[in-house]
Design a protein around this ligand. Structure first.
Ligand code: CU
Length: 439
């Protein structure tokens, strides 16, 4: 093996030590824009120009936010607001959004990495080449607790726009006119190297109000883990050789909603029950019920279940309470740890509760070090959402070389934030509700 690789493999172990040593005195949250967002005002993002991201997409939607860089979480987005055309002011969506852990246990039980809190995820921020951020801007990031204190600045934050294909298509009876639009996204991302892996942390802000959060893993398979036993790895070298050890990536996100400028959002869970057709009915029936989640909850995704965060104050022009729906992505829930046993956790805001596992925050003794311990019956007045998305990585020959990006993540989608499709063309803006064809 080339020496660079060997030294990189060693780097991983070394990083674990140095960060652990630092952890004693380390605080999370750093940088000039680290001020906590105030709760009252919805509109103005409170950060200097350098830390502001503002993008008006060609369809007329503007996204605004502030960014900062945390010594463990890496990129943090604060004061995120959405302003589609036709809205006079920005609509605040999130107080704060960021990763909360990447937990990587190997299937042979040999090792488990807590990449954010123990293995220098934030310090592993890499420089981006201009070609990686086509049409966009690469910002310089000052990395707290940088491995090289003389060179803490990394050109590591890309903000750009991207097409995402059809936003909608509709034709009239005669098809004389086709309404169609191509959707545009604001993309904000960093790449963080942890050992052999390179994690892409993508935030995509769609012009229709949806936000997608995804982590993609690329780089190389861990060079230290080619000795898996039966059923715990996959041969990726010639014949029965080089059994790359299977492992899980359990990624956590932490979302602090601030819909319409209030942190006092209300969590609701919806479930639908299908019953067989009754006599005389042509189809089975389906009944959807709402459960208000008023106390802390460890939630499990299942068919016909979903959650939303409802604004405490804001209504759209139809008089409906604004909300954001949580749209889970594909996940393989890892049953091996107490904190990975559930898909979503709703906890009451507590400043010291920062990371989903091995939390270094200064919580009182007995508070527990992981998110599952913080679900203990408190009433939700300022709910925090923790999403857990797992991926079981059984390597394949195609993982060399480099390893193709494998993605995991989820979305939050507006539900009644605007009275109609925020991208509705003006000619169709009268078709709200049970409209009558014009003669
Ligand atoms: Cu993997």
């Amino acid at each position: 093996m080339p020496t660079t690789r060997t030294s990189r493999a060693r780097t991983r172990a070394a990083v674990g030590l140095s960060v652990a040593a630092l952890a004693a005195g380390a605080t999370t949250g750093a940088g000039p824009a680290a001020a906590q967002p105030k709760t009252a005002t919805a509109a103005a993002a409170e950060c200097s120009a350098n830390y502001k991201i503002e993008q008006k997409l060609s369809s007329g939607t503007t996204w605004r936010m502030c960014w900062r860089y945390d010594s463990k979480a890496g990129l943090v987005l604060d004061d995120v607001s959405y302003q589609p055309k036709g809205e006079a002011a920005p609509i605040k969506v999130l107080n704060s959004a960021r990763l909360a852990q990447i937990d990587v246990p190997y299937d042979d039980g040999s090792v488990e990495y807590d990449d954010l809190t123990g293995f220098g995820f934030a310090q592993g921020l890499v420089n981006l080449a201009p070609g990686e951020c086509p049409g966009g801007t690469i910002k310089s990031v000052k990395v707290p607790d940088s491995w090289d204190p003389d060179h803490p600045n990394v050109n590591g934050l890309c903000t750009t726009t991207r097409s995402r294909g059809h936003a909608y298509r509709m034709q009239g009876d005669t098809a004389n006119k086709v309404y169609q639009a191509q959707g545009k996204d604001l993309l904000v991302y960093t790449v963080n190297q942890v050992g052999w892996y390179e994690y892409m942390t993508e935030w995509r802000f769609q012009d229709d109000g949806t936000i997608n959060m995804n982590v993609g893993a690329t780089g190389s398979l861990s060079w230290d883990d080619y000795d898996a036993g039966d059923g715990r790895g996959w041969p990726i070298g010639k014949n029965a050789s080089a059994y790359a050890t299977s492992h899980s990536h359990n990624v956590f996100w932490r979302l602090d909603f601030g819909l319409d400028g209030s942190s006092k959002g209300k969590v609701e869970q919806y479930d639908s029950a299908v019953t067989a057709p009754a006599q005389g009915q042509q189809a089975p029936t389906n009944k959807t019920t709402r459960t208000k989640v008023t106390k802390e909850l460890a939630g499990d995704a299942k068919t016909y279940r979903w959650w939303r965060m409802v604004s405490a104050t804001g209504k759209n022009k139809d008089g409906h309470a604004r909300s954001y729906e949580i749209v889970p992505g594909a996940t393989t829930r890892y049953p091996g740890r107490s904190f990975t046993k559930h898909d979503v956790y709703f906890t009451e805001y507590n400043k010291c509760e920062q990371f989903a596992s091995n939390n270094p925050g200064n919580c009182p003794a007995g508070a527990g070090k992981s998110v599952d311990k913080w679900v203990n019956g408190q009433t939700l007045t300022h709910p925090i959402v923790w999403m857990n998305v797992g991926f079981h990585h059984i390597a394949r020959d195609e993982d060399q070389q480099p390893m193709p990006v494998h993605w995991q993540g989820f979305s939050i989608a507006p539900r009644d934030v605007t009275a109609m499709n925020p991208l509705t063309p003006d000619e169709l803006s009268w078709q709200n509700g049970h409209w009558r064809p014009r003669s």
